[in-house]
Design a binder for this molecule. Structure first.
Ligand code: BGC
Length: 720
């Protein structure tokens, strides 16, 4: 059943039609660039912000309100670069495009929890299709900073804490978008791991630690997805701003990885004209910086010989090359969008991304015989929570409620909490017609507890709102919700919790409740998707893409460094965990997290057996059999971890695969092992020491099965 449904969705989107990318993009870019005047060249190197606000120049005719625009050159058939933010859907900035809506996906963290590259590709195709249909050809999506901290305000927009998982899924999503003739990107390069003081913070990290973690995630995504652009970050990396960081841009990205696309800055992240020679090709939203550096000041640099003609041509060619390579030069035109088809993608991500964390005594799926269910909190009577920032989408089925939230400065100053009009309560009531559902706000815990006593079962919807420009300050659920859950569960032990959070949270009430479902921000189809999992119409299959630590003391940093300090404070960010982000850190330190990376329950049972390794030249693959030994169709995720590398203790996910199985079905899986995860970065390259490499299949990073060894006779060096 489940299998068929997924295939239909992926197939349906595939039919949207692939745009033919030009195989000779380099040659075409060079030919076009050679015909350009310098005015035309400089025109491509800085972007405008097409918003109708008094601080900005008026919109030019034909410009759509959006995050960015770079005027094209009609005489050379170069269209405008019409850019839209789209981490979770095509945004409508501040609702300024009156009446415009788009398909709102769940958090990218939910997509990561699916461990499903094909689903990531389907979301990319969907985003590319909507971008094109709305008149955009550059998608500012692809957020993939590793979640180094459990409070990161934008972690919900990213793909969790593991470089392989994040890199593979980001690459697939990019490839999906670009198949529709829309340039995609990965961002924010690199180490934009916290929002607190993001414009001034200095992320300090050693080269090996960086290459083996955040940079590896970007490298895998770039190889797999070939994004037309890379967006550099606001923060400094080892004392140099990321967008003027010669080492990051010229050495790592362009030299070592041979990246052929262009580097665009984040909005307001350029600090001087010298950033151009450091490897930045385009200044985005240039009026946000102190100067439009990549116009008059850059012309001066060229005239006075500090910038070479070759470098100017190189930057322009990179932009043109991506345009041709992706097929984005097609004229911009608007068309109809098949929103019902796209809603299925949003629902599938929500369904596959939900993680069942606890299910005592088979409480879930809910019995259709329940008479009276009390739903408490989370505004579950009207909708589902969404995250805030440049990823905020105006969903197709509307917003049920919005509260402006005042924050002192920066991006957060305009923040608002929005509940998408997709009520879990209504969806549950529709799915369980024999059951009576009531809603209780949970505003007064004692009142909620009194009502809870009179129900057969209680579901508390607990929320943690997160957004761009602000971080959480601890693992605690905000606004007294821990006390609410406890009070309700004391009154009625038959209590479950559905979490909608942007990050892991602590659960001091865990022992008191029967079940916990992590729904992240579940997007525009969140209500029915939650109901599907709670009622068993969908068998949960999500696995945590981020660890849930037992307490702040297990995290490398208990709160965001610089919290509460005024803007412009220089803040050094030390990363003692190095490349051992998340579960690697917990595993190597012997922590027992509340829920480990990779963990997630199902309504059926799986067995993984027969692990073997096979070497074919330099390629190492693992084989295993997965069987569904329980009563229902469901999906399992095989996870292979490296636990020892030539005598050094390790904990690294080196391969994974999601598989859907009918009851009684067995399937043989082949996992490709990413060789760089077996290696260390040293002396400008990847090194694999000779010796014994030990692997284990894991139900999660903290539940490892039997070990299997592989011998490397001679040390091996891999390309950077
Ligand atoms: C965000 C980017 C976004 C850009 C344009 C910045 O504040 O960091 O992710 O693409 O704005 O809206």
């Amino acid at each position: 059943m489940m299998k068929k449904k997924n295939h239909l969705i992926l197939l349906g989107l595939g039919l949207a039609g692939l745009v033919q990318a030009s195989p000779d993009a380099d040659r075409r870019a060079a030919e076009t660039e050679a015909q350009m005047s310098d005015d035309e060249r400089f025109q491509l190197l800085h972007g405008h912000i097409p918003l109708p606000i008094p601080e900005l120049p008026p919109l030019r005719p034909g410009w759509k309100v959006s995050s960015g625009r770079v005027p094209g050159i009609p005489r050379l058939n170069i269209p405008d670069l019409a850019e839209t933010d789209a981490s979770l859907g095509i945004i409508n900035p501040f609702g300024l495009r009156k009446g415009d809506v788009a398909t709102a996906l769940p958090s990218t963290l939910a997509l990561a929890a699916s461990f499903n590259p094909a689903l990531a590709r389907a979301t990319g195709v969907m985003l590319g299709t909507e971008a094109r249909a709305k008149g955009f050809n550059v998608l500012l999506g692809g957020g993939m900073n590793l979640a180094r901290d459990y409070y990161g305000g934008r972690n919900f927009e990213y793909l969790g804490e593991d470089p392989l998982l994040a890199g593979v899924l980001a690459g697939e999503s990019v490839a999906g978008t670009q198949s529709q003739g829309v340039i995609a990107m990965v961002k924010h390069f690199s180490l934009n791991a916290q929002e607190t003081l993001r414009d001034w913070a200095d992320a300090r990290i050693g080269e090996a630690a960086h290459r083996e973690s955040d940079l590896l995630a970007f490298q895998i995504a770039i190889e797999r997805g070939q994004p037309g652009s890379v967006m550099c970050a606001y923060n400094k990396v080892n004392s140099r701003y990321a967008c003027g960081n010669e080492h990051l841009l010229n050495t790592v990205l362009k030299r070592d990885w041979g990246y052929k696309g262009w580097v665009m800055s984040d909005w307001g992240a350029v600090h001087g004209v010298a950033d151009f020679n450091a490897g930045l090709d385009q200044q985005s939203g240039a009026l946000l910086d102190k100067k439009v550096w990549f116009d008059a000041p850059l012309r001066r640099e060229l005239a006075e010989g500090r910038v070479s003609r070759e470098r100017l041509s190189d930057a322009v060619r990179r932009i043109l090359r991506s345009m041709y390579a992706v097929g984005a030069e097609r004229p911009l035109a608007e068309s109809e969008i098949d929103y019902p088809a796209h809603a299925k993608v949003a629902r599938e991500v929500a369904a596959q991304g939900m993680v069942l964390l606890k299910n005592e005594g088979g409480t879930l799926p809910l019995s259709p015989k329940l008479k009276k269910v009390l739903i408490v909190g989370g505004q579950a009577h009207i909708g589902v929570l969404s995250g805030y920032g440049s990823s905020s989408v105006t969903p197709v089925n509307g917003v049920a409620a919005t509260i402006p939230v005042s924050a002192p400065t920066g991006f957060a100053a305009r923040s608002r909490q929005s509940w998408f009009a997709s009520s879990p309560l209504k969806a549950l009531a529709a799915a369980m017609p024999e059951t009576q559902f009531q809603y209780e706000s949970g505003y007064f815990p004692e009142a909620a507890a009194a009502r809870a006593k009179r129900a057969d079962l209680v579901i508390v919807f607990a929320t943690q709102w997160q957004g761009e420009g602000m971080d959480a300050t601890s693992l605690a659920l905000p606004q007294g919700q821990d006390a609410l859950v406890s009070a309700v569960a004391r009154a009625n032990p038959n209590t479950l919790v559905v979490l909608q959070t942007g990050n892991p949270v602590a659960m001091p009430w865990l022992k008191q409740v029967k079940a916990v479902l992590q729904a992240w921000y579940p997007g525009q189809e969140g209500g029915p998707a939650i109901a599907d999992v709670l009622t068993g119409a969908v068998n949960p299959s999500g696995r945590l893409p981020i660890s849930f630590p037992a307490s702040e003391s297990q995290a490398p940093r208990a709160t965001p460094p610089g919290l509460g300090l005024p803007d412009e404070t220089a803040q050094v960010l030390e990363y003692p965990e190095g490349s051992d982000v998340g579960y690697r850190w917990h595993g190597l330190r012997g922590h027992k997290p509340l829920f480990a990376f990779g963990y997630g329950l199902s309504y059926t049972r799986f067995e993984q057996t027969g692990l073997s390794l096979r070497q074919d030249g330099d390629k190492l693959t693992a084989r295993l059999r997965v069987s569904n030994t329980g009563p229902r169709a469901g999906a399992d995720v095989a996870q292979l971890y490296l636990v020892d590398a030539a005598g050094r203790k390790r904990l690294r996910l080196v391969g994974f695969q999601r598989v859907e199985l009918l009851p009684g079905q067995t399937q043989e899986l082949t996992l490709e092992i990413e060789p760089r995860l077996l290696a260390d970065w040293a002396d400008g390259g990847w090194h694999m020491a000779a010796g014994r490499y030990r692997f284990a299949l894991g139900r999660s990073a903290a539940e490892l099965g039997p070990r299997l060894d592989w011998q490397l006779a001679q040390p091996r060096r891999l390309a950077p």
